[in-house]
Design a binder for this molecule. Structure first.
Ligand code: ZN
Ligand code: ZN
Ligand code: ZN
Length: 321
């Protein structure tokens, strides 16, 4: 049965994550995805038009190097239509197949990564040297002297920790990698505060947690071990992507805050670590109100932007004064 180019009789929405793992759990099938990806048999530009190159069954079978026609057809048919799209002209990767291939590119190791160089950026808390490490696909920036920014909420010395694809480190200095990671974090925040998962586009749920006995006199709070009274947790239940960050950082993903700060020469999307910390420590104040639970973050000294968030991190009030 031929499928038309744009519509699929079988539909694309019937595959659970378990089924997807099962379909991909075979070397021949992953080889098919690899061959199509390597040959560029995809939409050249992301679906601007319907012109995409395809590969014939026999050519695909030859490149995947499977002699047995029936066996090859069996594996190929498992990938259609979710990962491989069958058209009248031949086969190409589907959107999901392309995403899968890109994920492999993003997580592939073996890149010659060297982050040992001395960094120009200093610790924004104490001015000491910062070190960068990359392990388990996480890029971490740590102060070599002080406890860092997050108190007990993160490993000692932590200034910035986030998952980071290895290819993004190639050709970047440790300072460049830091700027790139900050940019990605801020982008993630804008997406998640809109309720959109940056990984899978599912709905993101927000939860506010506050320290009931917050007291930062004489350093860090004894009750929570952090300088921050309120934290936002943003979580995607579909793919389990999640972030837990001080409310001050969460609100930086909101358009009124981005606009307010941009008018005052701070580009929230491309801050330096210094700028970000200075902003949080000197320009932002957060207080908690009970019954109902609300958190109010005020930004600025003379002219101010005030944001009130509820227990789901939804903005319930936003005013400038
Ligand atoms: Zn430090
Ligand atoms: Zn506390
Ligand atoms: Zn997700």
């Amino acid at each position: 049965m031929e499928e038309s180019r744009r519509t699929s009789k079988t539909g694309l929405n019937g595959m659970s994550p378990e089924e997807a793992f099962a379909v991909l759990g075979d070397q021949t099938r992953l080889n098919i995805v690899r061959v199509l990806w390597t040959a560029g048999v995809v939409h050249e530009y992301d679906d601007l038009d319907d012109s995409a190159s395809t590969m014939s069954f026999s050519e695909l079978r030859r490149r995947v190097d499977v002699r047995d026609n029936g066996r090859f057809n069996y594996h190929l048919s498992k990938l259609v239509p979710h990962f491989v799209w069958k058209t009248e002209e031949g086969y190409r990767l589907s959107g999901a197949g392309k995403k899968l291939a890109r994920t492999v590119v993003a997580v592939a190791g073996g890149h010659d990564v060297d982050l040992s160089g001395e960094m120009d950026t200093e610790c924004p808390v104490c001015g000491a040297e910062i070190s960068a490490t990359y392990e388990d696909q996480w890029l971490r920036f740590t102060c070599t002297e002080c406890g860092g920014l997050f108190g007990d909420a993160a490993p000692s010395g932590a200034l910035l920790n986030a998952p980071f694809p290895a290819p993004g480190l190639v050709g970047r200095t440790p300072d460049g990698a830091l700027r790139t990671e900050l940019y990605r974090c801020m982008l993630d925040m804008t997406s998640m505060m809109q309720g959109v998962c940056p990984e899978c586009a599912s709905v993101v749920e927000g939860t506010l947690s506050v320290c009931d006995d917050h007291d930062t006199h004489g350093g860090r709070c004894r009750a929570c071990g952090t300088p921050f009274v309120a934290w936002g947790e943003l979580r995607c239940d579909s793919c389990r992507y999640a972030k837990r960050l001080p409310v001050e950082l969460c609100v930086m993903g909101l358009a009124p805050v981005i606009g307010f700060l941009y008018a005052r020469d701070v580009n929230v999307l491309t801050p330096s670590l210094d700028e970000l910390v200075e902003l949080i420590q000197t320009q932002m104040r957060t207080t908690v109100a009970e019954n109902p639970l609300r958190v109010v973050t005020v930004i600025g000294a003379t002219d101010r932007l005030s944001l009130t968030l509820d227990e789901h991190l939804t903005v319930v009030d936003c005013s400038e004064s």
